[in-house]
Write a protein that binds this ligand. Structure first.
Ligand code: C5P
Length: 420
């Protein structure tokens, strides 16, 4: 379940492109993530994929005709237009874009688009020539000027067999855009959150690294969750094979030293730093310029030196935790004496919150058990939960703390100016 999608009604408009079949996966993903999905289709779309497919996936009525009525005699597309929290049109044909730009309403999708006041997200799909045509580009510009968000088509194989721009965007990018648009006025709007993720890799030679088993899933879930609550997010990641979430600023920082530089560069105007990365404590003292060859020796001894502790450097550059504007959150991954080590780290690294989790079982897993420990001594033990939900708990803490900061600042200002 994705928090920003729960309790939301997404209206999915499907038009007559071969990519219409992909809209079934979108409907399914959004439904499984917790959204109510209403589907409205053009006649042409029903030639590519049946309304029944969407009804079966969403368990809801699907409108394919402007004249269609719901069982209680309401006009289907009007009722759908009014109850939508967001209108996603995917795929949108060149013809549909032209209709929307000019306010035409002669099919169920364009009529619904004219009537709804929900934010509009459009994922076009068409042949390259149609996409690049000045008429289409002008229509897109008109829609953007009116507030629509376009998920640009990608490059790849098209219906004609040719390859070029026009392919429906990646479905994950479409879902990311829906999440970001739904959450743009969320409780972290106007905030900047810096998140680190994944394990760092310290080079031994041009082809080998000293690494750890961190997958990056926790940090990526935090970054996506903060974006879904309206925050401006900088995601600084070590080694990871995960897809970069759309709508966050991404910085690749493969080594601990690169990550330190990226973090120190990003926190200047940030409200919170969440260090979910598994930073290597040590790195090879020397990185060989050429590949180390086994023929040269029977044994190889590596000399390691300490890496900078990023959180400690942050703490040393800022005022003490109770007097600074930046919230700092760390993770403690331990194989033994979890809580004792976590409490010691909370203190030594000047943190506001530490997330204690047992390793190695949580590395790479989707579900994680954790205990949240705060600076004032409170502890919240969480039974195993998906990383997305753990991320929301951490962000709940960030949001509540930042709201309290702002409240305190306002009341201090009010006192200082003699008002209130
Ligand atoms: O000391 P330890 O590595 O167990 O602390 C874990 C926390 O400190 C994590 O939040 C991790 O991102 C951060 N850390 C760091 N710099 C290091 C090592 C860990 O900021 N060199």
């Amino acid at each position: 379940m994705i928090r920003v999608l729960q309790t939301k009604t997404i209206l999915l408009g499907v038009t007559g492109s071969i990519a219409a079949y992909k809209a079934a996966t979108l409907a399914s993903q959004l439904t499984q993530a917790g959204a109510r999905v209403d589907v409205v289709m053009t006649r042409e779309a029903t030639q590519f994929i049946g309304a029944l497919t969407f009804e079966a996936l969403t368990h809801r009525y699907v409108a394919t005709d402007v004249m269609a009525l719901l069982p209680d005699s309401q006009i289907a597309h009007v009722a759908m237009a009014h109850r939508a929290d967001l209108f996603l049109i995917a795929p949108a044909t060149a013809h549909l874009l032209a209709k929307l730009a000019h306010g035409l309403a002669d099919d169920a999708v364009s009529a619904t688009a004219l009537d709804t006041r929900a934010p509009l997200v459009i994922a076009p799909a068409m042949e390259t020539g149609m996409w690049e045509h000045p008429a289409t580009q002008a229509n897109v510009a008109t829609l953007v000027a009116r507030g629509a968000v376009i998920v640009e088509p990608g490059i790849g194989q098209l219906a004609s067999g040719a390859s070029g721009r026009g392919r429906l965007a990646d479905l994950d990018d479409i879902v990311d855009t829906v999440r970001a648009v739904l959450g743009r006025a969320g409780d972290l709007a106007q905030r900047k959150i810096v998140v680190t993720a994944g394990g760092t890799q310290e080079p031994l030679d041009p082809v080998r690294v000293l690494a750890n088993r961190s997958s990056g899933k926790m940090g990526f879930a935090l970054a996506a969750g903060a974006r879904d609550r309206g925050a401006r997010v900088t995601l600084i990641a070590g080694a990871t094979s995960l897809r970069v979430p759309r709508g966050v600023e991404f910085v690749a920082a493969p080594t601990a030293r690169e990550m330190r530089d990226a973090v120190l560069g990003a926190i200047g105007d940030a409200d919170a730093l969440v260090m979910a990365a598994a930073v290597a404590d040590f790195r090879p003292a020397h990185t060989a310029e050429q590949k180390i060859k086994k023929e040269h020796a029977e044994r190889l001894t590596l000399e390691l030196v300490r890496n900078p502790d990023i959180l400690q450097e942050v703490a040393s550059r800022l005022p003490p935790a109770d007097r600074r504007a930046l919230l700092v959150i760390g993770f403690a991954a331990e194989t033994q004496d979890l809580l004792a080590h976590a409490r010691a780290k909370l203190k030594a690294k000047g943190l506001d919150l530490i997330v204690a989790n047992p390793v190695p079982q949580s590395f790479g897993a989707d579900i994680e058990a954790a205990t949240l420990l705060t600076r004032d001594g409170a502890a919240m033990e969480l039974s195993p939960l998906p990383k997305e939900e753990l991320a929301e708990k951490v962000l709940d803490f960030v949001s509540a703390k930042l709201a309290r900061h702002s409240l305190n600042e306002n009341s201090t200002m009010a006192r200082d100016t003699g008002s209130g």
